[in-house]
Every structure is written in C-alpha cells, then in structure tokens.
Ligand binder design. Structure first.
Ligand code: MN3
Length: 202
C-alpha cells in the first residue's frame, strides 16, 4: 500500500528569510503540510476499509478528506519546490522559452507580477494563486483556487503556485497579505517553473 510521505525541503528552514521567516516555515512545513500527509494516509486507509466492506456512503464521505488532504499535500509540494533562497536562484528568470512566452503573453515579467499580485492577494478566504499552462491552447494564464483545490480543476496544469492561506504569512505579515505576495516574487524559483513548463510544452 502506498504511503504518502512529507517531501524533503530543498533549502534550510531559515534560508527563505527575510521573505518567509524560519518560524513560519517550521510551522507551515512540520505542522500544516505534515498534518495533511498524515490525514491523507489515514483517509486512504479508511477508504480501503470502506471499499472492502462495500460501504459506498462511507466511501463518498471519505472522498472529501482525500480531496482536502491530498490537495494539501500536492499543492504544498509544488509550492516548496517553486521557492528558492535569494542568491540561490530566487527571483531570477533567465532567458529561455518560458521568459519568451511570458513576454509574448504579458509584455514582461513585471507586468505578469502586476497582474498576479492583486489576484493572489484577493483570494477570498483560504486558497492558492497560480500560473498555469493550458496544454490544449498552449497558453499561460494566472488563476486562483479555493481551499486546496488543484489547478487541474480549472483546466490548466500548474507551473507556479503561491499559498495564500493565512498560515503561510500571518505570523510575519499579520493582516497584510498583499505585502507577503509582493515579497514572494524575490524567492520564486523560476528554474523549476521553467522545467515544469518545458515538460508540458513538448
Ligand atoms: Mn499552506
């Protein structure tokens, strides 16, 4: 039976400072993300038991826990991967196919950031901001989703995500979510974003 595991972080707990404090990263990764993984494994086990018993009602009830905790695991894994410390790739978008399409679509990276920052800051309640790639229309587009909904529910594949749940910033930025989103652009790992884009674009 598959056991889902908390992925390793590609940087130290204090390396995203000053944008994301060590305290936030510790709690966000070791408590929130680890909690989603634990609850996902429990829900999958309960689903198997319900399946074995032929209990369809229970299977449908558990489905919600899998969507929430599984979405939490998938989205946080993408989020940690697409961040990098300042000076170690954070905020640096190099020339290449991704930069070209960003410039063609949005004019410049700065303009994309100007579009995405208020979108991400404006998510009502808990959710995620995304840069997605539609493999059908071959276009980049910003999105938001609620709770832990996957971007694929909107018909695009994720190449960049930003967690805008309060737990992602509140200890440091308090109510100023927009300041967190403005700051996060300096730790976006555009190399990872470009690798995801290139894998989809083929
Ligand atoms: Mn989170």
């Amino acid at each position: 039976m598959t056991e889902y595991k908390l992925p390793k972080l590609p940087y130290g707990m204090n390396e995203l400072e000053p944008v994301i404090s060590e305290e936030i990263l510790q709690i966000h990764y070791n408590k929130h993300h680890a909690g989603y993984v634990k609850n996902l494994n429990e829900a999958v086990k309960k689903l198997r038991d319900a399946e074995a018993k032929g209990d369809l009602v229970q299977q449908i009830v558990i489905d919600g826990a899998i969507k929430f905790n599984g979405g939490g695991d998938i989205n946080h894994t993408l989020y940690w991967e697409n961040l990098a410390p300042i000076g170690k790739g954070g905020g640096e978008l190099h020339d290449g196919a991704l930069k070209e399409l960003i410039c063609e679509t949005f004019g410049s990276l700065e303009h994309l950031i100007d579009i995405m920052t208020p979108m991400c800051s404006g998510v009502q309640g808990s959710g995620w901001g995304w840069l997605g790639y539609c493999t059908v229309c071959k276009q980049l587009r910003p999105f938001t989703t609620e709770n832990h909904d996957l971007l694929i529910t909107k018909g695009a594949m994720p190449i960049l995500c930003i967690d805008v749940w309060e737990h992602a910033y509140y200890l440091q930025y308090k109510n100023l979510r927009a300041d967190y989103v403005k700051a996060i652009w300096s730790i976006i790992n555009w190399n990872v974003v470009e690798q995801r884009f290139l894998a989809l674009k083929k």
